[in-house]
Structures are given as structure tokens and as C-alpha cells.
Design a protein around this ligand. Structure first.
Ligand code: R5P
Length: 308
């Protein structure tokens, strides 16, 4: 299926979602007034993956959408097969949207001999011929810009305006305060605070293990206020639970939680709800029971803007 986006360079493009993002790809195609491209993916009896592109892609621009989460190695390999196949079939340009980008947190050799997984993944993506890459709220802690790792054009979008708008529309927060649970979350706290016309603060976080963190408040007090905690990822929920504990002990009136990527490993959602969060919301970069906000309009807008 082709999507007429009225671009300057080429009139048509094909939006294709891998198996982790086929629903999202359909939503994006719908936003652009069309249907997602078809793909056949199955397994051979020995466990190997079979893939077939069911669209004519020769000389076409193709947008690939594939989140890499939960089974990252499998979904990454699927992505590599897909892009390599598209290029081999003569696609003119392949622009990829990786809404959740696994391995971005292993961007440094923390202990001698460790794999620099982030770098390896980017090399593989470039190696199969990805022409341009878009991520959404990619974990950028030590690496501050994706262009520090990618040699191809790369862009990091943010879902935080969509999340903040959802919270704003869902119910009026009284005397709102936005909190980022660590220094890195300041970028998202700032955006959400602007949308909610509130102030914001960030906590100081020390990671004690894969699931354990220590969080300390800084200036702002949550006493009597409606608080929105924002973060990029909820994985085990350890970070949010710690932040909630402090905010509630300060006497917050109610606490809402928003994240871009609801990975929700290790019973994270139940832990956060038990810790006292009133609502927990996320986007569909990672399909989950709290993916109330779709990033489809964000991706579709970007596709409209980019000149393929
Ligand atoms: C880390 O810096 C990230 O921004 C998140 O705060 C972190 O990934 C959340 O992980 P968890 O839910 O396991 O505490």
C-alpha cells in the first residue's frame, strides 16, 4: 500500500511496521490517509525467522517502524532483516522510526571488558543501509545526542508534550508540580511543566542495583500539591516507587505518573499503584495496559515534515 504524502522529492512512501509495531504503523498510515504496507513474518520449524515484503518497493521511499523492547535481540534481528531486504529490493530510501530503542543504556564500558551494546546496535543498523533514523525519548544519559553514535542523520523526538496534554485534559490538577525522578529527567519535567503551566524540580538518584535506587529530593516540596512524576522509561518501577515514597511523605495531595516507554518489567505497574499513584500513563512506543497515549500523530507529523 502506498501513502501519498505530497513530499517534494517523491510523491509516495510506504509505511511498514515490524512485528512489535504493526499496530502503531497502521495508526501512522491512517494518519497519513492510507494503510500500512504488508509483511509476512513467521518461523521455520527450526526456529529461524522467515520474512517476505508483500509490497512493490523498488524506487520507493519506505518508512520502517519497529520498537525494540522486551525481546530486543529478536526484534533487532527482525529489523535488520527487514531493512536489508528493502534495500536489496531496490527501495530508494529507508527512514526508520525506533520508538523504543533497547541497548541505549549500555552506552559506556562501566566495567572492564563489557560490550558497548549501544554502539554495536547502531553499527548494525547502519550496516544494513538505514538512511535516516528517528527515536523517541531515547535514553541519553552520557551520550547526549544520538549524532554522537550514529553516522547517519538521526533525530530524537519527545512524546512528553502528548503525555502532558493527556494529563491536562484528563482532569484539572490543583497547584500542580512536575517532578523528574533524576537529573536526566529534567528535560521531560521542563516540557511537562510548560504544558501544565506549573513549576518543576528533579530529584537526585543513585542506582544501587538493577532494581534498587535511592532518590533524594532537592528544593521543591510537594506538600498539598498535585504532582506529576515524569520519566522516559518505567522498567522495574524502582525509580518511580522511590520518588512516590518521598513525594507522598512530603504530603502531596495526589500523584500521577507519566512515562514515554512503559516497559513494566517485574510487576512494575502493581508496585507503583500500591505505592500510591493515582494514575499511571504511558505511550504505545511499548504496547502495555497503560498505553493510553499514541505516538502515531508525532511520527506522522515528522513524516509529513521530512523531505524524502
Ligand atoms: C534511568 O535513568 C531512566 O531514566 C529511568 O529512570 C529508569 O530506566 C527506570 O528504571 P526502573 O523503572 O527500573 O527504576
Amino acid at each position: 500500500m502506498t501513502t501519498n504524502t505530497g513530499h517534494a522529492g517523491s510523491d509516495y512512501l510506504i509505511v511498514i511496521g515490524g512485528s512489535s509495531s504493526n499496530v502503531l504503523a497502521s495508526k501512522v498510515a491512517r494518519e497519513l490517509g492510507s494503510e500500512a504496507g504488508r509483511l509476512e513474518i513467521r518461523r521455520f520449524p527450526d526456529g529461524e525467522k522467515y520474512m517476505r515484503v508483500l509490497e512493490e518497493v523498488k524506487d520507493e521511499n519506505v518508512v520502517v517502524i519497529q520498537s525494540i523492547h522486551h525481546t530486543p535481540d529478536e526484534l533487532l534481528f527482525e529489523y535488520l532483516l527487514l531493512v536489508d531486504t528493502l534495500k536489496d529490493l531496490g527501495a530508494r530510501k529507508v527512514v526508520s522510526f525506533i520508538p523504543y530503542f533497547a541497548y541505549a543504556r549500555q552506552d559506556e564500558r562501566f566495567h572492564p571488558g563489557e560490550a558497548l551494546s549501544f554502539k554495536t546496535v547502531t553499527k548494525l543498523m547502519e550496516g544494513v543501509g538505514t538512511d535516516e533514523i528517528y527515536t523517541i525519548d531515547m535514553h541519553q544519559h552520557r551520550v547526549l545526542k544520538s549524532s554522537e553514535v550514529f553516522k547517519i542523520p538521526s533525530h530524537n523526538l519527545s512524546a512528553m508534550p502528548l503525555l502532558a496534554d493527556y494529563v491536562r485534559k484528563a482532569g484539572k490538577l490543583q497547584n500542580p508540580l512536575v517532578i523528574g525522578p533524576d537529573a536526566e529527567a529534567e528535560q521531560w519535567a521542563k516540557i511537562a511543566a510548560e504544558r501544565l503551566e506549573s513549576d518543576y524540580d528533579v530529584f537526585e538518584k543513585k542506582r544501587l542495583g538493577d532494581e534498587r535506587v535511592e532518590v533524594r529530593p532537592r528544593k521543591a516540596s510537594a506538600k498539598g500539591r498535585d504532582v506529576l512524576i515524569v520519566d522516559d522509561i518505567i522498567s522495574t518501577g524502582g525509580t518511580i516507587v522511590e520518588a512516590l515514597r518521598i513525594i507522598l511523605s512530603q504530603g502531596a495531595r495526589r500523584v500521577e505518573v507519566a512515562c514515554t516507554h512503559p516497559i513494566l518489567a517485574s510487576g512494575a505497574l502493581a508496585k507503583i499503584q500500591e505505592a500510591g499513584a493515582r494514575n499511571v500513563i504511558g505511550t504505545d512506543t511499548v504496547p502495555s495496559p497503560i498505553s493510553y497515549v499514541s505516538v502515531a500523530p508525532l511520527i506522522a507529523d515528522e513524516i509529513r515534515k521530512c523531505r524524502l
